[in-house]
Design a protein around this ligand. Sequence first.
Ligand SMILES: *Cc1c(COP(=O)(O)O)cnc(C)c1O
Length: 240
Amino acid sequence: MIDSAVLQHNLDQIHQRIAHACAAAGRDRREVTLVAVSKGQPAAAIRALYQLGHRDFGESYVQEWQAKATELSDLSELRWHFLGHLQRNKVKQVIGKVALLHSLDDMQGLDEMARTAWQARLSQPVLLQVNLAHEQSKRGCGPQDAPLFLDVLQRSPGLLLRGLMVLPPYDWDAEQVRPWFRQLRQLSEQLQVDYAGVGQLPPAGQWWLSMGMSGDFEVAIAEGSTHIRVGTSLFGPRAT
Ligand SMILES: *Cc1c(COP(=O)(O)O)cnc(C)c1O
């Protein structure tokens, strides 16, 4: 059973926290998009949140996402965000079908996505996922490789680079995560400088940073996040 009153309560609370964090940081509330991470949640929960006016939803697994997208295909204003690692053989199933792919995380994937988008004459907005802490267990390019990825992306007409994403090492204390958020922002600023005039990076207002989750999104907003990805604070625990 999906309890809409509980969802409404959680959504209100998160919107209040976002507004508060934006005000504290002197930022315009409209700069921050709340992506409701619905992996592990039933399609009915997505529908209920949509009916409360929410539009941006994030999924991490292709099969799970496809099943929900089919079931929810009548929700014409729903925007899907893809957050998980995209295996090469599944690229075709996702490219051109999501509003934003947050997880461009390796060169083979980039090649496959670029070819797919070009062949089908699609434009897919993407974020480059950066593995700032060089964690073995996580995906993403090393920060030192970001310029190489940007060079390839500049020559990939079907992929529109819109910014960077990070999934930093987990810590229950959000302040411990702050340096990673700050590093992503600094990397982003450096890339903006390096590519000023050279390529076609979008202007500052259309250049995004996807960072911050349930436990640390206020800190991420203080450090410049434009897309926070919130699952459990919104929907409650995930079925696994
Ligand atoms: C699951 C997931 C989230 C949401 O995490 P919560 O702690 O439930 O808010 C955010 N980002 C990514 C990439 C995820 O896989």
